[in-house]
Ligand binder design. Structure first.
Ligand code: COA
Length: 572
């Protein structure tokens, strides 16, 4: 089947749909960006697809295209739900069940006939989290069903009929800032967190903090009791601030100052220059709040296994965050645990160096250098650990240096739905994190080149097939850690810990004799130094941080065409 994926950007959901189609190996796939109708017409005409799938589309499809071709829109809502703020409303209304629906494009937005719909239970979480996990999984189920139905001659989709009892959803308006506004005198901590969760990633909840217009992101309830007036600063920890509410307090991890040229940063950084002397930012240093701080690192031990979680917002790891993670890893490696499992974060395992922190630095090139060295130090500690085995357990997606950091581990296991982007070139970077050692060691030189130059995502199933990772487990995020523990028990049953550790030491010594780790690092950093001095990197980073799109399909995605996709696909 010829399938055109039409999208506003190649975001995580589009990547997951792409991956599910690639895995089927029987479809010819092409990617296209919406926005320029003329280019789109040319692409559609040249490819003449059997199906146009739209996993993430903000624009209207031109009439002549949807009238001629079967166009299926993936809408993140239950049957009958319509409008651009689907998940926002679901979270604001605390809907226990939500869904994903595949609709045929029609004259009216989201009002076409229904081809498939899947529901899931919601969680107390952010919009982006639900989107990346449950919504994405339901989208893939919808796509499978749509394709099956395309082959059924007699199949008729279900027209949208609001009198049908199976249609519960309704047309909902665009959620405006006044719908999201926090009433600090009435809203309790949980209500405020729900409001911020529903606006996660974009647009955030507008408010005025200490005289500055900001958008609020990344909130959680703080386990504390305070008798202060609401909206007072009560603590700070690791860049987050805590504000009092009528019933306690909330953490706010990130803020974006409203207007240009601002972007999302740790809340304490945004407020720092704007606070009067009355508001003391050293509160955390001498208060017990640190104990219930905005903790990004968590450690838990079970028998011989130590689980180290690093829940960095958006998986981005700034210099200080890398240093804290290194210190935690070193501390754990001093204990007598045998296995150290790195579990990453709920939203992302890791996405490498922190491009926003770098953008905010007075000297971005110098900060890039510090950041890459700080993450390299973690990777070095993992690679040279002679006492324990380190396991990367990817319950969520990873990108760039985050993937390479995982590859440094002795065993890599991922959730089946995990997507990885093991490349840096689209950010204008050569990359480091010892990837020139770890990646070819796992997949060979030829695939390492394909993965790092084609700049395409790869899912856990194909990743395991090419030995990029060792295993994948079909599991929900909540059950993943338990599945990992069972998997590791089997892994050690097949070859015991002592033998594995001994093999690792021998292997490392052999590799070190052939080419010292330091040499890999030096060579990578030499390339990175040039990247950090190049305009290409600074422009790519700024486009990413300021979310500017060129509106055209990037060159590397234009190459995606049909079954001749890549070596990676063929070998998988
Ligand atoms: N630094 C700072 N922020 C990052 C980041 C990084 N390295 N990687 C991701 N983010 C942020 C995005 O800006 C976005 O922020 P938002 O909450 O304001 O929307 C959020 O994480 C989610 O990223 P998004 O790109 O929307 O997710 P996705 O699932 O569509 O794509 C990636 C995931 C990893 C492919 C993509 O985020 C990416 O290319 N990241 C950059 C990786 C990189 O080049 N790292 C530096 C080299 S090591």
């Amino acid at each position: 089947m010829k399938i055109l994926i039409l999208m506003t950007s190649f975001n995580g959901l589009s990547q997951a749909v792409f991956e599910s189609l690639i895995q089927k190996e029987c479809h010819s796939i092409k990617l296209a960006f919406a926005g320029n109708d003329e280019t789109l017409r040319e692409d559609v005409c040249a490819f003449d697809p059997d199906l146009i799938l739209c996993p993430f589309l903000k624009q209207r499809i031109p009439n002549d295209i949807w009238q001629k071709y079967l166009c299926i829109i993936l809408h993140p809502g239950i049957k009958g739900d319509r409008g651009p703020s689907a998940i926002d409303w679901a979270l604001m209304q605390s809907q226990p069940l939500w869904g994903m629906t595949a609709l045929q494009a029609d004259q009216e937005m989201d009002a076409g006939a229904i081809w498939a719909s899947f529901e899931f239970e919601t969680r107390l979480t952010t919009k982006a989290s639900l989107y990346r996990d449950e919504v994405t999984q339901a989208a893939i189920q919808c796509v499978d069903q749509v394709i099956d139905q395309c082959f059924q001659q007699s199949y008729e989709p279900q027209p949208l009929d609001y009198s049908s009892p199976s249609i519960i959803g309704r047309l909902q308006p665009l959620m405006k800032q006044h719908d999201r506004a926090i009433d600090w005198q009435r809203d309790n901590a949980l209500t405020i967190v729900r409001k911020i969760n529903a606006a996660d990633s974009f647009p955030g909840v507008r408010d005025n903090l200490f005289g500055i217009e900001v958008s609020l992101f990344n909130a959680s309830v703080m386990e504390t009791v305070t008798t202060r007036e609401p909206k007072q600063l009560v603590a700070q920890s690791n860049g987050a601030i805590a504000l009092s509410t009528i019933d306690g307090a909330i953490w706010i991890g990130h803020l974006k100052q409203v207007g240009d040229p601002y972007f999302k940063l740790p809340a304490a950084w945004v407020l720092k220059g704007h606070l009067s002397g009355a508001l003391n930012f050293d509160l955390a240093a001498n208060s017990a709040f640190d104990l219930m701080g905005f903790e990004e690192l968590q450690y838990r031990r079970e028998g011989d296994i130590g689980y180290l979680q690093f829940n960095f917002h958006n998986g981005a790891m700034g210099t200080q965050q890398c240093r804290r993670l290194l210190a935690a890893y070193q501390q754990v490696s001093l204990t007598d645990v045998k296995l150290i499992v790195l579990t990453g974060g709920r939203e992302f395992w890791s996405n490498g160096i922190h491009l926003n922190h770098i953008e905010a630095a007075a000297d971005p090139a110098a900060e890039s250098w510090k950041n890459i060295n700080a993450i390299n130090d973690i990777v070095e500690a993992i690679l040279t650990n002679q006492k324990q085995l380190t396991i990367a357990a990817l319950g969520s997606n990873a990108g760039a240096g985050g993937v390479m950091m995982a590859l440094a581990c002795d065993h890599v296991v991922a959730r089946k739905s995990v997507m990885m982007n093991p490349h840096y070139q689209s950010m204008g970077l050569y990359g480091s994190e010892y990837w020139t050692y770890s990646l070819p060691k796992r997949v060979g030189q030829s695939l390492a080149k394909a993965l790092t130059t084609e700049c395409l995502p790869i899912g856990a199933v194909r990743a395991q097939a090419i030995n990029l990772i060792d295993a994948y487990l079909d599991s929900s995020y909540e059950k993943f850690e338990g599945r990992v523990a069972a998997h590791l028990a089997e892994w050690l049953d097949s070859l015991c810990f002592d033998t594995r550790l001994q093999n690792k030491k021998l292997d490392r010594a052999k590799d070190e004799a052939a080419k010292p780790l330091q040499q890999y690092r030096n060579e990578e950093l030499k390339e990175m130094k040039q990247c950090f001095a190049s305009a290409e990197y600074h422009e790519a980073r700024q486009s990413f941080v300021f979310k500017r799109s060129c509106g055209r399909l990037p060159a590397h995605l234009r190459k995606v065409f049909g079954v001749e996709l890549s070596q990676v696909k063929k070998l998988a």
